[in-house]
Design a protein around this ligand. Sequence first.
Ligand SMILES: *Cc1c(COP(=O)(O)O)cnc(C)c1O
Length: 377
Amino acid sequence: MLNKLAWKEIDLSSLFHNFSILKDKVGKNVEIIPVVKADAYGHGARVISKFLAGKGVKNFAVAIIEEGIELRNHGIEGRILVLSPQFLDSIPYLVNYNLIPVVSSLEFLSALGKYVLSKNIEFPFHLGIDTGMGREGLMLEDLDKALKIIEKYPSLKLEGLSSHLSSSEDKFDIYNEKQGEIFERAYNKLKKLGYNIFCHFANTGAIFNFPKFYYHGVRPGIALYGYGDDNLIPVMSVKARITLIKEVPKDWGIGYNHTYITRSPTLIAIIPMGYADGYRRDFSNRACVIIKNKLFPVIGRVSMDQFVVDISSDPSIKIGDLVIILGRSGDLSIDAEKLSSLANTIPYEILTAFGMAKRLGCIYKYEEKILSEVTLY
Ligand SMILES: *Cc1c(COP(=O)(O)O)cnc(C)c1O
C-alpha cells in the first residue's frame, strides 16, 4: 500500500529541463551518459532511465552489475556502463546482459579476455584510469601491460577510456589540471596505437567548470537531479501530512532527551517521517518545514518515525495539512543543498537517503500531471 502520510515526488519535467541545460552546455557532439547508480540518486532508476531513453538517450552508467541487470530487465536497450570494480565471477553476467565494464585491474582484464575467448565472442569494454581520484581505475604505469593483454585476446574490443576527478566542483583546484594531464597521456598513447577511443571524463562539476574535459561523452549525475548549477531545478520533493496537533504547556520537554524545552505554551504538529525515512537526526532543532507558504522550525530530536514542528505562529493549521520537507512553495524553498549544510554533508547523501527510504510513497509527475505506474512502464 502506498504511504499517503509521507512521500517523495519526482518531477520528470524538471529532469527534462536539467537534461536540456546539460545538452546545451556540452553541445551536440558530446554524448550525455546519465549516471543512474544508487537508484538514480534515489529518484528511481527504472523510471528515470526509461524517461531519458524516450528522449533519445542511448548510454547510461551504473555502479554495480545488479543495477545494470535491473535496467535491462525493464527494457533499457542502450549501452550500460558499469563504473565500479566487480568480482571476476560477475563476468558471465556482464556478457549475458550486454553490460560494459569500466575495467580497473589487469586481473579482471585477463579474466575477461579468457572468458570471451572461451565463448568465441567479441566483447566491448572501457578502460578506467586512476588519474588521481585514488579509487577505481588502473594506474597509468599499468597501461602497457593492459595493452599486452588486449593484444593477446583480439576478441576484447577496447572501446572507451575513462577517469574520474576528485575535486571537480572546485574550479581553482590545480589537482584537476594534473588529472587532466595524466588522462591526456593515456589517451595519446592509445591514439598513437591506432585505437579509435570514446573518452569520458567529466562528471557534473567538470561539466560546469572544465569544458576541456568533455571529450566524447560526459557522465552527469547530480546535475540531472537538479544540483550543481543555479539554472538547474531540483527533481525530488518530499512531502507529508500532519498527523496530530496539540498544545503543550510552558517548560514541556519535546522528544527524546528533551533537547528542546518550551518557553511558553506551544502549539506543536507531529510530522509522520523520521530518520528511517531519510530525515536525518542531524536536523533536530535545526531544520524548517514549509506549511501553507510559511516556514516552521523543527523542535526536539527527530526520531525514527516522526518529528515535531512548532506551529504556534499559525493556529489555523489543521491535521492533514500538507508539509513540504524538501521542495518549493511560492518564494520559499528547502533544497538538499540547504539540508546538507545542516548535517555537515552533501546533497548527494540527502537525496539518496530519501531515495532509499522504502517506507515513503513515491509519485511521478510530468507537466503537472501525476503519472500512474501503468503510464510509467
Ligand atoms: C557518481 C559518478 C559520476 C557522477 O558524478 P556527479 O558528481 O553526480 O555528476 C560520474 N562518474 C563516476 C565514475 C561516478 O562514480
